[in-house]
Design a protein around this ligand. Structure first.
Ligand code: CA
Length: 239
């Protein structure tokens, strides 16, 4: 797979290029928006939004105007995530700096799979799903579609509402839901959801758990097990 990396920070670009090549990708690196738009077509674009010559949003829009190539936007904290999330730009996904390499590769695989499954007769099984992936995790009224990254919660009346989760919230929810009822330790959560090489504060886990609880609408969905970690369970009121 050939990746176009659009990143003006030379040290990020060189370490990311090395990691990507080490993982088997061909990488073309450009350091500004004009070069990104002029570049030959690739299989995927990693696009930093903070570029020296052009607004990264405009680069994204220009690329999208002529191509269906999967685009993953790379943003720094504080940039306008709403515009990215609104998909106003046509980006397929985004990662927020600093991000782990594992997370990035997982997102690259996911957007490539989605791009392939949107094209008939290419790598799909008879049901039109991506090969080798269990598409749905269900825990009571909660349903997580791994292929589309959609999370829905069915209300008592049967109507389902879609939850808008950040990528990290989505991964955390998946990790807990894969083995609902089991306790996941903070260390395991950080390793799986963030990165084995991630050294941030474990408070981040608590902050994401708090956001998920709020979005799930019931604190009881995620139980804190003192001194151990967290477990996902259907709240008594919904069981
Ligand atoms: Ca930049």
């Amino acid at each position: 797979m050939h990746v176009l990396l659009v990143e003006d920070d030379a040290s990020i670009a060189s370490s990311l290029s090395d990691s990507l090549r080490g993982a088997g990708y061909d990488v073309t690196h450009v350091a500004n928006g004009a070069a990104a738009i002029a570049a030959d077509p690739t299989d995927l674009v990693l696009l930093d939004l903070g570029l020296p010559d052009m607004d990264g949003y405009d680069v994204c829009r220009e690329l999208r105007a002529t191509s269906d190539v999967p685009i993953i936007v790379i943003t720094a904290r504080g940039e306008e995530l709403d515009r990215v999330l609104g998909l106003e730009l046509g980006a397929d996904d985004y990662v927020v700096k600093p991000f782990g390499f594992r997370e990035l590769v997982a997102r690259m695989r996911a957007v490539s799979r989605r791009a392939r499954s949107a094209t008939p007769d290419q790598g799909n099984d008879a049901n039109g799903g991506a090969v080798g992936e269990t598409a749905l995790i269900e825990v009571g009224p909660l349903s997580i579609d791994l292929r589309t990254h959609r999370v829905t919660l069915a209300a008592a009346g049967g109507a389902a509402t879609e939850l808008r989760l950040t990528p990290k919230e989505f991964e955390l929810l998946c990790y807990l839901a894969e083995d609902a009822g089991a306790v996941r330790s903070r260390t395991d959560i950080i390793e799986h959801v963030w990165d084995a090489n991630w050294f941030g504060p474990t408070k981040t886990v608590d902050a994401h758990v708090a956001n998920l609880r709020r979005k799930l609408g019931d604190h009881e969905w995620i139980e804190a097990v003192r001194g151990v970690g967290f477990r996902l369970e259907v709240p008594a009121a919904l069981a």
